[in-house]
Design a protein around this ligand. Structure first.
Ligand SMILES: Cc1ncc(COP(=O)(O)O)c(C=O)c1O
Length: 393
């Protein structure tokens, strides 16, 4: 591999890169010409910015098909972590029980562990099988009279398995329990239809498959969800009141919004909307299928959380997120080799989901995660397979 080899970026599950050029252009244009506060003043530029924010909320309302049909319930946060914390802390009350899963990211697990340590809640976690799947029946078995909230990642950020959100949503609705879906890995790639899945809350992040910048994400709140504010401050409305306003979006948004990030997110959403529905997923999955087939031809390479990987097949319910180990090599060593010798960027270790690795049998050192994005090519896959062959000789 020549030293000047171009970067092959295969860490799109962490954050997508590169972004569509229109995202950077829209952000630069906003910063140069219109970067004033929305909703605080009546001058033209401020109204313009307010309209931009409203439009972004509408885009999100449509993307997630919120049955509330109220764009003001699309709340902006800094990322999925902010959205998940807001939902968990805004909903859970002393004595509540929560059901979540071993596939959750630390952005769900750590708030739950902290609230349990503080004596506020108890929780149970649904286990997953070796293929990286959760059984909706296991949720039913763990629900108790005190269960207020069920939280599930829509797709694992370790092995890419997409879970049965509609079944879990129907179960929760039938029992009067709120269902919070973590769509950090799925939003922008596969349908996240709140109405069809009966999800009460959806947490998303802007910088992965929605192709926006880091620092913007959100929480979409369905109808009849009893959620409290968790931070209080300026909103630009009802400033004489001592109490933070209860209406959406202000109830869950305090302080100045990340309007630059919202501009970039809106441009990412536009870029996705301009493409044929499903075409981004088809492209990325095509690359992942080729990668899994190539891995199956290398004896020392194992793909984890993918039931048919040894036959070289990526099941249809998998995102293009593939976790691999190579016999006799640590994930860290593999990552370093790919980076220094091949200029290939991947993510190694536990991917902020330690319990998922325990379930998949890779807790000791984690795995090497290869995740494909809209700008990866067939040639990228061929090169990475060639690099792995050198390593797995
Ligand atoms: C499934 C899942 N949930 C939540 C998060 C947190 O996202 P963010 O870092 O944008 O807060 C991630 C990020 O990797 C994730 O993969």
């Amino acid at each position: 591999m020549p030293e000047s080899a171009p970067l092959i970026y295969l860490d799109n599950a962490a954050t997508s890169f590169p972004k569509p050029a229109t995202v950077a252009t829209a952000m630069a244009d906003f910063l140069t010409h219109r970067a004033v506060n929305p909703g605080r003043s009546g001058f033209d530029l401020s109204l313009d910015t307010g309209r931009m924010v409203d439009r972004a909320r509408q885009q999100l309302d449509r993307l997630f098909n919120n049955p509330a049909v109220d764009p003001d319930r699309s709340i902006f946060t800094a990322n999925a972590t902010g959205a998940l914390n807001l939902a968990i802390q805004g909903i859970c009350r002393p004595g509540d029980h929560v059901v979540a899963t071993v596939l959750e990211h630390n952005s769900v697990l750590r708030p739950l562990f902290m609230l349990r340590k503080m004596g506020v809640i108890t929780f149970d976690l649904v286990a997953c099988d070796a293929g990286g799947h959760l059984d909706p029946g296991d949720f039913a078995r763990l629900i108790k009279p005190a269960t207020r909230l069920v939280i599930m990642t829509h797709a694992s950020n370790v092995c890419g398995t997409v879970q049965h959100a509609a079944e879990v949503g129907a179960l929760c609705r039938g029992r009067g329990i709120l269902f919070l879906l973590d769509a950090a890995q799925t939003a922008g790639l596969i349908s996240v239809d709140m109405a069809a899945m009966q999800a009460d809350l959806v947490a998303f992040t802007g910088h992965k498959s929605l192709l926006g910048p880091a620092g913007i994400g959100g929480l979409v709140v369905g109808p009849d969800v009893d959620i409290r504010s968790t931070s209080w401050g300026g909103t630009g409305v009802n400033s004489s009141l001592e109490e933070h306003p209860g209406d959406f979006p202000w109830r869950l948004e305090a302080g100045t919004l990340n309007t630059v990030g919202i501009t970039g997110l809106a441009a990412g959403l536009d870029w996705i909307a301009d493409r044929r529905s499903g075409s981004i997923l088809d492209h990325e999955r095509g690359l992942a299928e080729k990668f899994v087939a190539g891995c199956s031809r290398m004896e020392k390479v194992s793909v984890h959380g993918c039931a048919t990987a040894d036959r070289g097949i990526l099941p249809p319910d998998h995102l293009p997120v593939i976790s691999v180990t190579v016999a006799g090599r640590s994930p860290e060593e593999i990552g370093l080799f790919l980076d220094t010798d091949w200029n290939i960027a991947v993510r190694t270790g536990l991917h902020c989901a330690p319990l998922a690795h325990q379930a998949l049998g890779t807790a000791a050192a984690g795995s090497v995660r290869f995740s494909f994005g809209p700008f990866n090519t067939d040639q990228d896959v061929e090169t990475v397979l060639e690099a792995l062959q050198h390593l797995a000789k």
